[in-house]
Design a protein around this ligand. Structure first.
Ligand SMILES: [Fe+2]
Ligand SMILES: [Fe+2]
Length: 308
């Protein structure tokens, strides 16, 4: 299992080796945006549109900060938690040394993604004067981990490996769309482009790793894992609304108004459709490995509205 870009070629092609530190430069007052507004679901809500311009500017800055803070936590606390199992040789898959080396390269990539995400928050916040709100990742992590605890009790390691397979095989529109949007600050576009490049290689690695992992599980474990996967997909992708609520209140809305904005902007059917679209490659991976043929699996995926 050798993935292009994660062998010896990683030392020339990965972002951490080949990419420069991205800097804000002189763009802040040139009219460039912090984040593409069309990718902010609450942006066109009447209660948001009615806010004064300076509050809307700060709201968009905080949306960017929260996206980057989420990324920086997720990479180290979820992705690298599981990647270390593979790299350290205790994932339950008898990984060859070359596979472990590739996993350690991913581990470095993810740590670097965390670093430059927070570095970008720091550069932009300092320059624009909008302070990031304190970001609490713990409730999101608890919700994610609870799926494994409930559906695969006693197997936290395997649940964490499945989490990382799910997340690393998702195709998030943000990684593709932000770099193409010329209205957005170059710093933001550059780091998202850098990130997407590394993630393309990770996607291949984790798709192949899943095949190895799956064939090694006995039938009873497969049944539990197959029923857990839909919940892992949903909990990875359900919008984490609490930071958004606090940002809307900081922009001047009351708590009730903020709740109204979120209820209107994240209706269940739109959230479900977004999850299914983002998870389409992960779903194909699980179909290809016959995960949905396990007893009870297809029903669990259908109940999670991931398949018809
Ligand atoms: Fe990453
Ligand atoms: Fe990754």
């Amino acid at each position: 299992m050798s993935v292009p870009g994660l062998g010896d070629d990683w030392y020339e092609s990965s972002g951490v080796w080949a990419g420069p530190r991205r800097l804000l430069r002189e763009e802040l007052y040139s009219g460039r945006l912090f984040f593409p507004p069309h990718l902010v679901p609450y942006w066109d809500h009447p209660l948001v549109s009615a806010l004064p311009q300076h509050s809307k500017d700060a709201l968009l800055a905080r949306h960017l900060f929260q996206y980057l803070e989420f990324t920086s936590h997720f990479e180290t606390r979820v992705v690298n938690r599981a990647t270390e199992q593979i790299a350290g040789g205790h994932s339950g898959v008898d990984a060859a040394r070359s596979v472990r080396l590739q996993a350690y390269r991913i581990y470095c990539d993810e740590a670097y993604h965390s670093l430059y995400s927070l570095d970008a928050v720091d550069q932009i916040a300092t320059a624009c004067g909008t302070a990031p709100l304190p970001y609490d990742f713990q409730p999101f992590l608890r919700r994610l981990d609870a799926a494994g605890e409930q559906l695969m009790p006693g197997q936290p390691g395997l649940a964490q490996l499945l989490q990382v397979v799910v997340f690393e095989t998702l195709i998030t529109a943000l990684l593709n769309d932000i770099p193409r949007d010329g209205r957005v600050l170059s710093l933001v576009r550059d780091i998202v482009r850098d990130h997407a490049k590394d993630e393309g290689r990770h996607h291949v690695f984790f798709s192949r790793f899943f095949g190895e992992l799956w064939t090694r599980q006995d039938t009873s474990v497969r049944v539990r894992a197959a029923r857990c996967l839909p919940e892992l997909i949903r909990r990875s992708l359900l919008p984490y609304l609490e930071p958004l609520r606090r940002s809307l209140v900081a922009a001047g809305l009351t708590g009730t108004q903020a709740q109204e904005v979120l209820d209107d902007s994240y209706p269940d059917d739109r959230v479900d459709a977004g999850i299914r679209d983002t998870a389409r490659h992960s779903l194909r991976l699980f179909e290809d490995n016959r995960v949905l043929d396990v007893p009870g699996a297809r029903d669990a995926f259908a109940a999670a509205r991931l398949v018809d």
